[in-house]
Design a protein around this ligand. Structure first.
Ligand code: MIC
Ligand code: SF4
Length: 644
């Protein structure tokens, strides 16, 4: 078996490991973060289960820590009290970014982890089968229910050689994005192998695993070897280590080869992570802002190297340079090395250990500005400035852009700093986590006025009926969840209030969408969103399904869909349909009427829907029997409660 098959088979509750068929997995660990966590914990509460049933469930606060008014801190307090009540570990605002903290403190080789954040696969850097999911799916995993996914195809990424010069781990994953594109990993787990693996540290591997999400992958796995052991030892938890790797005769569904010694510093150009070019090609392009950090590149080694480059120099005064460490542990290590003073002296703005600019929670670039970021996503408008151009690069490239105020050719950078060793025992920040009491049943859950109760959706009556619908919008390829449900500090503050956040659905694409959807719904009509390829890529935010459902959207008809978003649609009772003939997309324009024959819905089936009462359009529903039950029940919460 390969490594993925080994972990899957040891957690398999239902199904067989045939790619594409549904499997149910036992989940050992979960993580939630504040922006998706309030709903996830509200949903867990609605299940009526007194205590989480996982080995560990951590509730992190890292996405929105600005606290511009009561909403945000009220959410944090709600999360602190729900964790104590239901047995979760609470990580307060400012402790660090969920994925960095999880890697340092909780992730285990061979364990399954589901998190309400698309970058949960970061923990795959140390051999955990870690997957992003919607909040409701995570709530179910906390309740001990198996996590159901289609069995992924396992792609071996065979690494040979070693990185040279200024190339770094970020450039490996940018290269893979260049090769496979943002939809080239849907339905796959990328499993890294080959002699190049041993040359990469755990934080390097975590950078690569993190951006597997940008390929649309279900997960990324690295073996657990002596490098992993040294990392866990430094984190004070060597006992969590075990050796894990594929069998010598393991087979894979596909293979990609990358020779590390051929890589050069790369950058993803606006507005997609797969628009990858060599940094040298961008030489001379002026840079208004540099942001260093995020769950992709905020480890001790990454920031240590940045400090070495900036030490003794002043960053370009016209280049706004921000740095957010991944965790207080990272920040403490830099401080212990005496690197904070030179960093501040270089003119860098040191931010809190949180997501910050990555999710538009402050740190927006200037109008039409060029922002160079060590992050993982450069979707249009995500930075908070709609007309800004965001480039994704490694920390090494970012540090040079900050000093020079423009992109320069790496050939002119001289000798790169070494990669630092982790200390034998890194300073622990574990005491900052709030561990739950033995019995939390008497803990009062504190809610603010912005935390709105969950909406109940009715069952879909399929008995011999058709569902008349109208197309409220038709959108292009690669529409991200940032387009569907934008983030940024102001909108993030509404994550616990669906009626309020629904006002922002698809506004980045069409500002009249919400008005049209509400009008249709007021007339008793049902809405459909028609989309191109890879609809819903990016974030796991279930708000991108729940808020459209609140506005009366009952189906999405697309050329193809991203995995997590498709699952979120099902979780909230929205029918995910795909075109059998992709050319039919052109026929189904905004305002068209579609008659969906609910009685013809069969697991994994296809059916004809009537376009404008006359023309049949062939669509696939691809739903498993379980998924179909969920849609008909009006969503996962209804379906689980019915079963209970
Ligand atoms: C993101 O990077 O897009 C986020 C913000 O972390 C999201 C989660 C969210 O929308 O709250 C993700 O990656 O899933
Ligand atoms: Fe936070 Fe950005 Fe990572 Fe999402 S991608 S978890 S917003 S740092």
């Amino acid at each position: 078996m390969n490594l993925a098959q080994k972990i899957i088979s040891s957690h398999l509750v239902s199904g067989t490991m045939t790619p594409g068929s549904e499997i149910g997995l036992h989940i050992d660990q979960t993580l939630t973060q504040d922006a998706t966590g309030t709903l996830a914990w509200l949903q867990f509460e609605a299940l009526g289960i007194p205590h989480v049933k996982t080995d560990v469930s951590v509730s992190y606060v890292d996405h929105n820590t600005l606290q511009m008014n009561f909403r945000n801190p009220d959410d944090h307090r709600f999360l602190r009290t729900t964790a104590a009540r239901f047995g979760g570990v609470f990580s307060p605002a400012g402790t660090g970014i969920c994925h960095q903290l999880h890697l340092e403190n909780f992730a285990k080789p061979g364990a399954t982890l589901v998190g309400s954040d698309s970058h949960t696969p970061t923990a795959g850097g140390l051999g955990s089968l870690a997957m992003g999911a919607g909040g409701l799916s995570v709530a179910l995993a906390m309740a001990g229910e198996p996590y159901c996914i289609p069995m992924p195809k396992i792609v071996r990424v065979f690494l040979t050689g070693a990185l040279t010069g200024w190339a770094s781990a970020k450039d490996i994953i940018l290269e893979l994005l260049r090769i496979r594109t943002v939809k080239g990993g849907v339905g796959c787990i990328f499993e890294y192998a080959g002699p190049g693996v041993a040359t990469l540290s755990v934080p390097d591997r975590a950078t690569i695993a993190n951006m597997g999400a940008e390929l649309g992958a279900t997960g990324t796995l690295f073996p657990s070897d002596s490098v992993t052991r040294a990392f866990l030892k430094s984190m004070g938890r060597e006992e969590d280590w075990k050796e894990l790797g594929p069998d010598a005769d393991a087979t894979y569904d596909e293979e990609v080869q990358i020779d590390l010694s051929t890589l050069v510093p790369l950058a993803a150009k606006p507005h997609m992570p797969d628009q990858v070019v060599p940094v040298a090609e961008l030489e001379g392009l002026s840079v208004d802002q540099v942001c260093i950090g995020s769950c992709t590149n905020s480890s001790y080694a990454d920031l240590w190297q940045v400090c070495q480059i900036l030490k003794g120099h002043r960053v370009n005064p016209a280049t706004d340079t921000l740095l957010s460490p991944g965790s207080k542990q990272v920040l403490t290590m830099l401080a212990n090395d005496g690197l904070i003073e030179p960093l501040l002296a270089s003119g860098v703005r040191l931010l809190e250990c949180a997501c910050g600019p990555c999710i538009g929670s402050g740190g927006a670039p200037v109008s039409k500005g060029v922002s160079v970021r060590t992050f993982n996503r450069n979707f249009e408008g995500r930075s908070g400035t709609k007309d800004a151009s965001v480039f994704l690069v490694s920390p090494l490239t970012a540090a040079h852009a900050a000093l020079d105020g423009k992109f320069t050719d790496p050939a002119s950078w001289g000798t790169p700093p070494r990669r630092p060793e982790l200390p034998a025992v890194a300073p622990s920040i574990r005491h900052l986590f709030v561990f739950p009491p033995e019995d939390g049943s008497s803990v009062e859950i504190l809610r603010g006025p912005n935390i709105v109760a969950l909406e109940k959706f009715p069952r879909l009556d399929a008995s011999g009926k058709t569902l008349p619908t109208e197309v409220v919008i038709r959108v292009d390829d690669n529409i991200t969840t940032d387009h569907i449900m934008p983030a940024g500090a102001e909108i993030l503050a509404l994550r616990s209030n669906i009626p309020a956040i629904a006002e922002h659905v698809l506004t980045r694409v069409d500002e009249n969408f919400v008005k049209r959807a509400r009008e249709l719904s007021a007339r008793g009509g049902n809405g459909v969103i028609v989309a191109g390829e890879n609809y819903g890529q990016g974030s796991s935010r279930e708000h991108a399904a729940l808020a459209p459902r609140h506005l009366g959207i009952r189906a999405v008809l697309a050329k193809s869909m991203a995995r997590i978003h498709r699952a979120n649609l099902i979780n909230f009772g929205i029918l995910p349909l795909t075109f059998v003939n992709k050319e039919d997309y052109d026929k189904v324009s905004q305002g068209a009427h579609l008659e969906i024959p609910l009685c013809d819905l069969r697991p994994g089936g296809s059916m004809s829907i009537q376009l404008n009462g006359s023309e049949p359009i062939e669509v696939k529903n691809d739903l498993s029997a379980g998924e179909l039950d969920i849609v008909l029940a009006g969503g996962l919460l209804n379906s689980v409660k019915e079963k209970m």
